[in-house]
Design a protein around this ligand. Structure first.
Ligand SMILES: [Zn+2]
Length: 346
């Protein structure tokens, strides 16, 4: 009997361990949720601590990672993940959800747009990262190892930054791998935003994936990026669009019960044209986010500090204003607007 127990107990322990799921310091048993952090050690610059939640569902299923706050002042997307943390009940979930609500702590704390103020790098451009790099690169390396490598699917949430008045949209990244592309396309449709950018120009090399979503995509994991929110605001409709989108993808993946609703007749955008300013000064927009524009239409203008017009920005093509600069600060070469060229026909 003793001998038998000695044989059985390690086997039971192994089975129990297989039921738990650990990311960073967050370890959740099956049917439970746990909070913790991905600790980024100090290197050539200080370390940081990235909060993480593991919702380990009561039943088996896929692993979905939901990440936001690479840009720490894209607030609506960060608050959306906070809402999801409060809303996901492990008892109702099949599979496991890894939630990372705020990658770029220093940006959030210091209210710095676009980059990590510790090293001046965008936290969505240095994947898959490197452990001997600066803080952004070390964080990217650990997110690749702890989150991307562990998941089957990934959703990266963004939005208009403090200086971007943005209308909601998502990105679909086709790879040429038919089955992966079918699933990722259906994930985007299940997310529910009605404007979808087809990003066909992302790097194909997993060792130089640059973007978080692309790090998952180049590793064969159907994934998507979605953006909602604008100019520092936390509007309920933007937050809800992202929350609703993530829950829709979870239903599509069989992780939550309920009907799957795919967006019908979305606007597909094949090209995004960035309009930049040829002069620095004060920017005055003449269009709003989401506006339909024609080729040559004036999007806004820039004056010097004496009120004299020094630059007029015109749309290079007909399309939709995905976002337009939301503040008067304008530098030479700064972005005035992104215009999406809408696909016509099928
Ligand atoms: Zn962003």
């Amino acid at each position: 009997m003793k001998l038998l127990l000695a044989v059985i107990l390690p086997a039971l322990a192994t089975a129990a361990a297989a039921q738990s799921f650990t990311v960073g310091t967050a370890r959740a048993e099956r049917g439970q949720a746990a909070t913790g952090a991905i600790e980024v050690p100090a290197g050539t610059d200080p370390g940081t601590s990235i909060p993480v939640v593991v919702v380990n569902g009561a039943r088996r299923g896929p692993v979905l990672a939901i990440v936001s706050g690479a840009h720490g002042t894209e607030y609506a997307s960060i608050i959306a993940v906070e809402r999801l943390i409060g809303r996901l009940d492990p008892a109702q979930v099949s599979g496991t959800v890894i939630l990372v609500p705020l990658v770029n702590r220093a940006s959030f704390d210091q209210k710095v747009v676009h980059v990590n103020p510790v090293d001046g790098k965008s936290m969505n451009r240095f994947y898959p990262g490197r452990i001997d790099g600066t803080q952004t690169e070390r964080a990217s390396y650990l997110i690749t190892r702890e989150v991307v490598a562990r998941c089957d699917h990934l959703i990266d949430l963004h939005g208009g930054d403090l200086d971007e008045s943005l209308r909601p949209y998502s990105y679909w990244t086709p790879t040429g791998r038919a089955e992966q592309d079918r699933v990722s396309r259906e994930m985007v449709l299940a997310f529910g935003l009605d404007h979808i950018i087809v990003s066909a120009d992302r790097p194909q090399d997993p060792a130089a994936s640059r973007y978080l979503e692309n790090t998952a995509t180049t590793r064969g994991k159907p994934s998507l990026t979605a953006e909602a929110g604008h100019a520092g605001t936390v509007e309920p409709e933007d937050v809800e669009a992202l929350v609703h989108g993530c829950l829709g993808v979870m239903r599509y993946l069989g992780m939550l019960a309920g009907p799957v609703e795919m967006v019908r007749n979305p606007v597909w955008i094949d090209r995004v044209l960035t309009v930049t300013s040829e002069e620095g000064g004060i920017f005055y927009p003449l269009v709003k986010r989401g506006a339909d524009v024609t080729e040559g239409m004036t999007l806004g203008y820039v004056t010097d500090f004496f009120g004299r017009k020094v630059f007029e920005a015109r749309s290079p093509a007909a399309g939709v204003v995905l976002y337009v600069c939301s503040v008067p600060s304008m530098t030479k070469g700064g972005t005035i607007a992104n215009v999406g060229v809408v696909r016509t026909g099928s």
